[in-house]
Design a protein around this ligand. Structure first.
Ligand SMILES: NC(=O)c1ccc[n+]([C@@H]2O[C@H](COP(=O)([O-])OP(=O)(O)OC[C@H]3O[C@@H](n4cnc5c(N)ncnc54)[C@H](O)[C@@H]3O)[C@@H](O)[C@H]2O)c1
Length: 344
């Protein structure tokens, strides 16, 4: 079967990872790389000899392509994705889908109207660890989920067009969307800026899913150490996802509280503790980006909706926008009631 011919726009920090995976995946081939910067074009030419390296999107779209992958800064996504969709291409775009909800929604609608595949690279949704976590949660292994708590912190790459919420929280918000499958009721953000007064470099994002389920995401470019850890605690068990522990990224703990249901105990508010075993479920090794690229190729070939489709892209952008607005209003909660139509 012919491989999908994909043109890549943007060969900065992340573009090379996409190019490497598109070249390694048996379903895809890189038909050209387009990059504005001469220095980055030279780097692409050295890394992928034989692949046409171009300066403009026009030149790229003039070539025989089936699809385009966009790996440029977030503020450029709307114009570039729209251009490629209108040129009749299926599009894979880096997270987040666009720089505001209106643009994200317009792209999702345009892809629907034109019958094109639009997929957002929410990479973690394709990680074997996150897929395993979703299976465990959906099989009821943890019971009712009480809370999700994550740290995604390090001395990060400061961005000039987006704050740390837009840079890092798409990962946590897409994991939560995929694993929980729930519609948040409200969100609040708390953060501050140190290097550039307009760009928050540390933030805490709190998402409320129900009276008994909340999530807290800590994102930072200012931490001296790198931490990538998410805890999900449920009524039966808890789970810790530590991405930096490559041999045992997921650990399930049979530890928690046990609330007695007898009237006498309830009156005295009797809470017991359960301290059982910890086990680490097997997680297949493999690069998430490789699975992501293969999924895109399959969706293009079969003309089906990707897991991280335009709608998921819009849901994530809606949360990013609301969290940033809340952060700039000193944490005032933003209600998310108009999100219903995105979950049908
Ligand atoms: N999935 C992930 O885990 C992950 C990780 C890092 C970055 N990203 C995403 O990747 C995207 C790019 O981030 P980055 O860190 O690589 O940015 P970057 O600034 O390092 O690279 C972007 C490149 O795009 C080029 N570019 C910009 N406009 C262009 C145009 N019109 N035509 C051709 N080239 C153009 C720039 O010259 C630059 O080299 C962002 O959306 C970011 O959020 C995703």
């Amino acid at each position: 079967m012919e491989s999908l011919q994909v043109g890549v726009i943007g060969y900065g920090y992340w573009g090379p990872n996409l190019v490497r995976n598109l070249m390694a995946c048996p379903l895809t081939a890189v038909a050209g790389v387009c990059e504005l910067s001469a220095a980055r074009r030279a780097a692409a030419g050295a890394a992928v000899p034989g692949v046409p390296i171009l300066e403009t999107v026009d030149e790229l779209l003039d070539r025989p392509l089936d699809a385009v992958a966009v790996a440029t800064p977030v503020t450029t996504h709307y114009a570039l994705v729209r251009r490629c969709l209108e040129a009749g291409k299926d599009v894979l775009v880096e997270k987040p889908l666009a720089a505001n909800v209106a643009d994200a929604q317009a792209l999702a609608d345009l892809a629907d109207r034109l019958g094109r595949v639009l997929m957002v690279d929410h990479t973690y949704v394709f990680s074997n660890a996150v897929r395993r976590i979703r299976q465990l949660v959906q099989a009821g292994e943890l019971g009712d989920i009480y809370y999700v708590d994550s740290d995604r912190i390090n001395l990060g790459l400061f961005q000039s067009d987006i704050n740390v919420i837009w840079d890092l929280a798409p990962h946590d918000l897409s994991i939560a969307d995929y694993v929980l499958g729930l519609q948040p009721r409200s969100i609040s953000g708390w953060g501050c800026a140190h290097a550039d007064p307009l760009i928050e470099d540390i933030a805490y994002v709190n998402v409320d899913y129900s009276d008994r389920l909340m999530a807290n995401f800590h994102v930072s470019w200012l931490s001296p150490v790198k931490v990538r850890r998410m805890i999900l605690t449920g009524s039966r068990k808890s789970l810790i996802f530590d991405e930096l522990n490559t041999s045992e990224p997921v650990k399930v703990y049979d530890r928690g509280i046990k609330v007695s249901e007898t009237t006498e105990d309830l009156r005295r508010f009797r809470v017991g503790y359960r301290t059982g075993d910890m086990w680490s479920p097997h997680v297949e090794p493999g690069e998430a980006l490789r699975s992501m690229v293969a999924h895109f190729a399959e969706c293009v070939r079969e003309r089906c909706e990707p897991v991280s489709d335009g709608r998921m892209g819009v849901r994530v952008v809606r949360l990013l926008e609301a969290a940033t607005r809340s952060t700039r209003a000193h944490g005032r909660r933003a209600l998310l009631s108009q999100m219903d139509n995105l979950y049908v």
